[in-house]
Design a protein around this ligand. Structure first.
Ligand SMILES: Cc1cc2nc3c(=O)[nH]c(=O)nc-3n(C[C@H](O)[C@H](O)[C@H](O)COP(=O)(O)OP(=O)(O)OC[C@H]3O[C@@H](n4cnc5c(N)ncnc54)[C@H](O)[C@@H]3O)c2cc1C
Length: 273
């Protein structure tokens, strides 16, 4: 019987796996899509003190660490937590950590051309043309900066409100000659059609559809107690999916570390899921 099953493989999950494994627990990481979570979608990882590189670089390091510690990892979709099921089959573990993160919010734009929700997923041909970025938060501005610094000919950023991102990054973007910014702007179809590629970077929603509603807040994020445990004893949550957290890899990693220590304490008291 596994001591801990971790759902997801982003920085929250992988940090929890490192801490739990070092505490002597048998751990399995279960991922539905791509190992590393959202990290490979980050062109340049801002806001991770002491680290200077892409999200993929950080993911590779974390995955190397869990491999060296002997953590099991497998692909599968968690489709139910009570009973605990992966790909429709019941599975058993003494505790579960949900670290399923968020996914981009999609916009239904009335246009025929390709719309992208992450920047590193596209090739240089696409981003060497006239590009529109929709969004006004940290995520949109930092990805727009990456595009503008690397390959884009002309970049326009629009936000339907005032831009609410780090001042340093907004100032840098505004200072670039090939960048145009419109705030409080509602685009027409003709406006949208004038661009070769459109990036929609307007925010994210939690991946919690497989969880009972009573575990969630009004926006679908998981509510936990001070030990990061949900209303189901033995089921914990960490990272972006947890209600009230800072949605960044550094905070997700911290969440994973604290959750793992709390899970180890929970199991050492003879309690289990
Ligand atoms: C494009 C992009 C750019 C970003 N840029 C920055 C940046 O520059 N600086 C910064 O600080 N932050 C940035 N972020 C935010 C950062 O990536 C997240 O805060 C961080 O990755 C959250 O980590 P996490 O472990 O909570 O979840 P995630 O990294 O999102 O990982 C969750 C994982 O769970 C998996 N999963 C979901 N549901 C299931 C299920 N039912 N069964 C199995 N697996 C499941 C998902 O496939 C995913 O791999 C960016 C995010 C994105 C998407």
């Amino acid at each position: 019987m596994l001591d801990l099953a971790i759902i997801g493989s982003g920085p929250a999950a992988l940090t929890a796996a490192i801490y739990a494994s070092r505490a002597g627990l048998t751990v399995e990481v279960i991922e539905k899509n791509r190992m590393g979570g959202s990290l490979p979608d980050i062109s340049y990882l801002a806001n991770f003190p002491g680290f200077d590189g892409s999200g993929q670089d950080l993911a590779n390091r974390l995955l190397g660490q869990i491999k060296n510690l002997g953590v099991y990892n497998d692909f599968g979709v968690c489709d139910s937590i009570k009973p605990f099921k992966i790909d429709g089959e019941e599975k058993f573990a003494r505790s579960i950590l949900v670290a399923t993160g968020t996914e981009p919010i999609h916009l239904d734009l009335p246009i025929q051309k390709p719309v992208y929700y992450t920047v590193p997923s596209v090739n240089d041909n696409v981003i060497s043309q006239n590009v529109l970025v929709i969004g006004g938060g940290n995520f949109a501005v930092s990805e727009a900066l990456y595009l503008a610094k690397n390959t884009v000919k002309n970049l326009t950023l629009i936000s339907h409100t005032n831009i609410k991102a780090e001042k340093r990054q907004i100032d840098e973007l505004r200072s670039m000659k090939h960048v145009t910014i419109y705030e409080n702007y509602e685009p027409t179809v003709d406006f949208l059609n004038a661009f070769d590629a459109i990036f929609v970077l307007v925010g994210k929603k939690p991946m919690t559809s497989f969880l009972p509603k009573e575990l969630l807040d009004d926006d679908g994020f998981i509510i936990t107690d001070t030990n990061y445990m949900t209303k189901i004893p033995g089921v914990f949550a960490a990272g972006d999916v947890r209600s009230g957290t800072l949605k960044q890899p550094l905070a997700a990693a911290s969440d994973g570390a604290i959750a793992a220590i709390n899970i180890s304490d929970f199991l050492s008291l003879g309690k289990h899921y």
